[in-house]
Design a protein around this ligand. Structure first.
Ligand code: G6P
Length: 428
């Protein structure tokens, strides 16, 4: 007999939630889903998003109860899966994360560089509390973390808690979907050799039905970069040099000067654009006649995030032995990275969780950057948990986008000051 499943979404008032609800409705049968709890500290957002979620569930005659809660402990109690998608400090803090680095001539981005560092410092204390509550109130439950910087947050949870945690990102599934479309097969028949860290990874192999299609995939990527260079993030020369296909976030490293110039000229940061999209989305969500996820949601970056989460939960719950690309402890999967750091790699997922598949070492042309960013991540975790100012400065000093010690110092002062209300570990 399958158990009755309770799934709790922390940060349930997110504008992304309707997409997750859509996925949960579709998979409710195979998950044996009986309870979904949307939990948020922002009651107004929770009511609006929750209202739409209710209408969606009713229209689809979903078999689960949908509860809205501002009480995190009650929401977590008895859950089998907790999906974490909180944004500590909200969009306003994101905009600050994007703007502060620019004041010092450094790229401003919500997950990469000093912006991601600031977001991690705000988020770590809260996720550690969530993990503590899970240990007490939902022992054995899986924590599926989406909150960015997803790999770094997963690293903190692995190092400082006992909760089974899997870090998730929508980018790997996006690659699988793209290849599935190109080869005209369902996603399940595509396997990608994806290696690195969250938002710092490369594609270096691909198979369809067990057949090696990498030469075609790589050549196609190079050909497109030659044909329409202005549409592509990476040049054919870069691809040929690397012999890997970088994920979009590597733009901030490989094309740093161009990106910085563009950011300095831009009228709005991405966070400010998202604020406007969210304003429109929430207006739509309020409409009592709306019963489905609006098309406008596609303007956000999280495509397929719901499929990634729901299919992962189903693989665990139904002991599917499926392969998913997720963030877990390396355990030797990438032989030339330490075994006890979180990496983003293909894993076999079954009732026990996600076990990374042993792969080839990382090639030197991608290894150095990965090691440096991992060092930055580990130092950020230490700073985020312990409120250790020296570790925080060491983290920024080690980040490849931070050009000097003097700028690292200025950045740290500005970031700590701007985030004071969210940094109990530093300010008590
Ligand atoms: C991508 C990333 C996510 C990120 C999102 C941002 O999908 O993988 O980690 O949250 O983009 O999208 P946004 O609409 O907030 O800029």
């Amino acid at each position: 007999m399958k158990r009755d499943l309770k799934v709790t979404i922390i940060g349930g008032g997110s504008s992304y939630t309707p997409e997750l609800i859509e996925g949960l409705i579709k998979a409710a049968g195979e998950l044996h889903l009986t309870r979904v709890v949307l939990m948020d500290i922002n009651e107004e957002r929770l009511d609006i998003v929750g209202g739409l979620a209710r209408r969606m569930a009713q229209a689809a005659e979903a078999p689960f109860e949908l509860e809205l809660s501002t009480d995190r402990r009650a929401a977590i109690e008895g859950a089998h899966y907790v999906i974490n998608q909180i944004r500590v400090g909200g969009m306003a803090a994101r905009v600050q994360d994007e703007q502060i680095p620019l004041c010092f001539g450094v790229i401003g981005q919500e997950t990469t560089g000093p912006g991601g560092f600031a977001k991690a410092l705000r988020t770590i204390p809260v996720v550690l509390e969530i993990a503590r509550e899970m240990t007490e109130l939902a022992p054995g439950a899986f924590l599926i973390n989406f909150t960015n910087p997803s790999g770094l947050i997963t690293e903190a949870l692995h190092r400082y808690t006992q909760v089974p945690v899997i870090g998730l990102c929508n980018l790997p599934i996006g690659i699988e979907m793209r290849l599935a479309k190109a080869f005209n097969v369902p996603r399940e028949r595509v396997f990608i050799d994806h290696v690195g860290l969250n938002h710092l990874n490369w594609l270096r192999g691909a198979w369809v039905d067990g057949q090696d299609v990498w030469p075609q995939v790589f050549e196609q990527e190079v050909a497109e970069a030659c044909r329409a260079p202005e549409e592509k993030t990476f040049s054919a020369e870069l691809l040929e040099t690397l012999q890997h296909i970088p994920c979009g976030y590597l733009n901030y490293y490989y094309n740093r000067d161009q990106v910085l110039k563009k950011q300095l000229k831009a009228e709005k940061t991405r966070g400010q654009e998202v604020m406007e999209i969210e304003r429109q989305l929430f207006e739509m969500y309020r409409d009592p006649n709306l019963r489905e996820k609006p098309k406008l949601l596609e303007k956000r970056g999280g495509a397929y995030y719901s499929t990634a989460a729901v299919s992962l939960i189903s693989a665990i719950e139904n002991d599917k032995q499926e392969i998913h690309v997720v963030n877990v402890m390396n355990q030797g999967a990438i032989p030339n990275l330490p075994p006890d750091v979180v990496v983003e790699v293909p894993c076999v997922v079954n009732a026990q969780g996600a076990r990374p598949i042993t792969t080839a070492p990382m090639a030197p042309q991608i290894l150095g950057l990965t090691q440096q960013v991992k060092a930055y991540e580990l130092l950020t975790v230490k700073a985020g948990v312990e409120g250790d100012r020296r570790a925080a400065l060491q983290a920024l000093l080690n980040h490849p986008l931070v050009p000097s010690f003097a700028i690292a110092q200025k950045l740290l002062d500005a970031i700590l000051e701007a985030n004071r209300p969210f940094l109990p570990q530093f300010f008590g």
